[in-house]
Write a protein that binds this ligand. Structure first.
Ligand SMILES: Cc1cc2nc3c(=O)[nH]c(=O)nc-3n(C[C@H](O)[C@H](O)[C@H](O)COP(=O)(O)OP(=O)(O)OC[C@H]3O[C@@H](n4cnc5c(N)ncnc54)[C@H](O)[C@@H]3O)c2cc1C
Length: 493
């Protein structure tokens, strides 16, 4: 049997690509180095409200159930009332009145603007960007004009979209609202995985990337967690004839006359194929699997200048019982994201510490309690709290990510949580921490960046994966990418 395609990596995007290609009658083999499928996302809570390239239509076809929790985000305080942004806009407006009448009055118009711009932004990003090096002017112009259909009547809307996307979150949110807690509730999510704070230019495009069709933040849990989604994708792929080998690392990509012709595996086997597709990141694929010696010096320079700067750590806690949070009266408020981000200044200070290689004394936390909506994820009465810790730099100014550093961070966060949820530290049965270094070592994510490279404007659209390459291309013939390192074009299935 001749293998048409080898896929490197069984994360959500590698599995989706396998299904897509097998449906078009390609013979596909997928190699995943880890024992489990699902990639980096399996370490988190399974909010699939926004998945970079997995089409929601496919996720729905797999027969999985989804939970759309009543709460989108709850911003908690150490001493003071919490603020919940509910899926139900009228309920949010009522709650906002205790913080600011003006903010309550403006919230519906804000939602309408952000959802309209977010829809446009996401639709535009989801179409293939032209190759900067080869596209002629009409192709390039057509791509720009495709934003919101590209008619003349939309030019004002296009202008507004670009202007908004280029603003800092601080600038944009302060234009609308005065309440610190509302600013924090709206800014924490968009800065997930981002190494900058809300004062940095262009950070509003992250807000536009996270909106749902009718909510300011898309929040949707898959029943059974990311593991269930990965399993369902793997079963669909296997049903279509895809061969999947786990615990099988690709050690290098075989080249002949500068073209990829197969892979070498860590167990010594070599496998030939007419096409190699990597769902690992660009730098990892080219430097570690192709080898810098096989690349043009210009490509090596460009790769070195890509911004990765992973800064996300994940602390997962097993709890004896449901935690209570200060200022939260209704348990439903804990069904969405629970954030510790009481103001824009708090977010900026935490990002500043990370910028200089330190961890802030009070980091920004983005938590989820999926067991509240899906009790099947834990034994009866127990709960799992997923705590994403922002701005924990891959490169520490002092020391390394050794056991002492890891324990220190876990204990710091557990103590911090105790101020927002008294009694929580005593309810911990077990904890597990994944640092940026762990993401690099376990999943091949360069500098531990969970999106395989910062999604800043200079690294998106036609500038992703690399200026001068098409949406999935690499500089090596027959070697393409299909993971988060590409520009987020959703695949047809
Ligand atoms: C806690 C957390 C929450 C997240 N939440 C979201 C979210 O809500 N929305 C979103 O869009 N994204 C989210 N992400 C980012 C998420 O990881 C990506 O969106 C998406 O899952 C990326 O999938 P992928 O298949 O492209 O890459 P990865 O998940 O990075 O998978 C790549 C796979 O390739 C394997 N691999 C690498 N090198 C080799 C090799 N040499 N041989 C064999 N296998 C190899 C790795 O082990 C890995 O399994 C989150 C990430 C984390 C960590």
């Amino acid at each position: 049997m001749t293998i048409n395609v080898i896929i490197i990596g069984g994360g959500l995007n590698g599995l989706t690509t396998a299904v897509s290609l097998a449906q078009s009658k390609q013979t596909v083999t997928l190699f995943e180095q880890q024992p489990q499928l699902g990639g980096a996302a399996q370490t988190g809570p399974g909010d699939v409200g926004q998945l970079d390239m997995v089409p929601m239509a496919l996720v729905e076809q797999l027969g999985l159930s989804f939970i759309e929790p009543p709460a989108l985000v709850t911003a908690v305080q150490a001493d003071g009332p919490a603020l919940t942004l509910w899926r139900d806009e009228a309920r949010t407006v009522a709650e906002l009145r205790q913080f600011s009448q003006q903010d309550a009055d403006r919230y519906p118009d804000f939602c309408r603007e952000v959802i309209a711009l977010g829809t446009q932004w996401q639709q535009w990003l989801a179409q293939p960007a032209p190759n900067l090096a080869t596209a002629d002017s009409p192709t390039f112009l057509a791509w720009i004009q495709n934003m919101n259909g590209g008619t003349e009547a939309d030019s004002a809307q296009r202008l507004k979209l670009w202007h908004t996307a280029a603003l800092s979150l601080r600038h944009y949110l302060r234009r609308w609202f005065e309440s610190d807690l509302l600013h924090g509730a709206l800014a924490a999510g968009p800065l997930f995985g981002v190494c900058y704070g809300p004062w940095a230019d262009h950070t509003t495009h992250h807000l536009l990337s996270q909106t749902g069709p009718d909510t300011v933040r898309a929040v949707r849990l898959v029943q059974g967690g990311v593991g269930a989604l990965a399993q369902a994708l793997a079963e669909r792929a296997a049903g279509l004839g895809v061969t999947i080998e786990t615990e099988t690392a690709v050690s290098h990509i075989l080249l002949e006359n500068g073209r990829a012709v197969g892979v070498g595996l860590s167990d010594g086997r070599t496998v030939q194929a007419s096409q190699v597709i990597s769902s690992a990141g660009l730098r990892h694929t080219l430097f570690n699997l192709v080898g810098a010696a096989n690349l043009e010096p210009r490509t090596v320079r460009r790769l070195r200048s890509r911004v990765y700067r992973g800064s996300t750590s994940q602390l997962n806690l097993r709890l004896r019982r449901l935690p209570r949070f200060n200022g939260v009266a209704d348990t439903d408020a804990l069904t969405g994201h629970i954030v510790v981000a009481p103001s824009l200044a708090y977010l900026e200070k935490a990002a500043d510490a990370g910028k200089y290689g330190r961890i802030a004394p009070d980091p920004v936390l983005d938590m989820m309690l999926p067991t509240l909506s899906d009790p099947t994820l834990a034994p009866p009465a127990e709960h799992i709290l997923y705590v994403t810790i922002q701005h924990t730099p891959y490169q520490l100014r002092q020391g390394e990510w050794d056991e002492a550093q890891r324990n220190g961070l876990a204990q710091q966060i557990i103590a911090q949580l105790g101020r927002y949820s008294p009694g929580l530290p005593q309810q911990i049965i077990d904890w597990q921490l994944t640092t940026p270094l762990d993401y690099e070592q376990q999943f091949g994510l360069s500098e531990g960046h969970i999106h395989q490279g910062q999604r800043e404007l200079g690294q998106m659209g036609m500038l992703r994966p690399l200026p001068g390459c098409g949406p999935y291309e690499t500089p090596i013939a027959n070697l393409t990418l299909c993971g988060a390192a590409t520009n987020g074009v959703k695949r047809e299935v």
